[in-house]
Design a protein around this ligand. Structure first.
Ligand SMILES: [Zn+2]
Length: 304
């Protein structure tokens, strides 16, 4: 069953067991906002039930990025009357293009979604987007009635389409911030992720940060997360310079992440390096124009 914690007045963290997912609920005077809808009809319905114990208001939804646990519950919310699904413009395109490719990831916990069989298993792509073409930092406000939400894009990080959801002094961070396990590097841009975390730390008005998984954290946690990531990237880069496979493996024991996460990070850094060696600085890449770059798309687990 979902666990609901009121973080501040009318601002809730809704945690469900599958994928240790955190969703958010923000209640205004006229509408309420759901942040991340779950990985399919089962989890989506569980989140919606938790919401309906708190408010009967019409909802608007946000998908913080284009990973399955963030948007595959959208159909449940569409059936509840939601028409506005907000995201980064690239998340919208990624879900349209690669949403179906992510169905196999939910085979165990959301079999109906995996096989597109049964109610609320259709893909519902986002309908509302942050302004601009998505390559630059951007923000927009969504009015809930006597309460305005700020949706923020800071730059490349966990994916190329992570957005933050700010209200009062609370910031829902999606998977840009990870508590209780290693950051997920599969689709990430590690060096720019560090920069994005540093920018995030500078957003003074926010005091409570709700990660995509785990428990809420303070600013100092994010500073440490950025330092740890920077340190790991540096150690990997240094060891990779030796071009000795054994040395790389040995140096992993000095790294702050598990062997599995370190391997994913290493693979990702090498892939991005190959891309940049072709003369394309990552920060300036228009991914949609350069596809197939192999840098975006469904979670690249095993598809490296
Ligand atoms: Zn994610």
């Amino acid at each position: 069953m979902a666990r609901t914690i009121e973080i501040a007045d009318g601002i809730y963290q809704i945690s469900t067991d599958n994928y240790r997912l955190n969703s958010g609920l923000i209640v205004g005077a006229e509408r309420a906002m759901i942040v991340d809808t779950g990985a399919g009809p089962r989890q989506g319905a569980e989140i919606l039930r938790a919401i309906r114990r708190i408010t009967d208001l019409p909802l608007v939804a946000v998908n913080t990025h284009a990973h399955f646990d963030r948007f595959m519950g959208n159909a449940v919310f569409k059936a509840d009357g939601v028409t506005d699904f907000w995201s980064h413009p690239r998340a919208g395109r990624a879900i349209e293009k690669y949403g179906d490719a992510q169905r196999p990831y939910v085979e165990v916990l959301e079999p109906e979604m995996a096989h597109a069989q049964g109610p609320n298993t259709e893909l519902v792509p986002p309908t509302r987007f942050l302004p601009g073409d998505g390559t630059r930092p951007a923000f927009t406000r969504v009015e809930l009635g006597e309460r305005a939400i700020t949706l923020i894009y800071l730059g490349l990080a966990h994916t190329d389409n992570d957005i933050l959801v700010g209200v009062d002094d609370v910031l829902f961070t999606g998977d840009i911030v990870e508590q209780g396990s290693d950051p997920a590097f599969d689709d990430s841009f590690p060096e720019l992720w560090v920069k994005t975390l540093q920018t995030l730390v500078g957003l003074d008005r926010y005091r409570i940060f709700v990660p995509g998984h785990g428990t809420p954290v303070e600013r100092t946690f994010i500073e440490r997360m950025a330092e740890t990531m920077q340190d790991a990237i540096q150690k990997i880069s240094e060891s990779a310079l030796t071009r000795v496979k054994g040395a790389t493996t040995a140096s992993m024991y000095q790294l702050p992440y598990s062997g599995g996460s370190t391997r994913i990070l290493l693979d990702r850094l090498q892939k991005l390096q190959r891309f940049e060696e072709q003369g394309q600085p990552l920060a300036a890449v228009n991914f949609d124009a350069t596809e197939p770059s192999g840098l975006t798309g469904p979670i690249t687990l095993g598809n490296g």
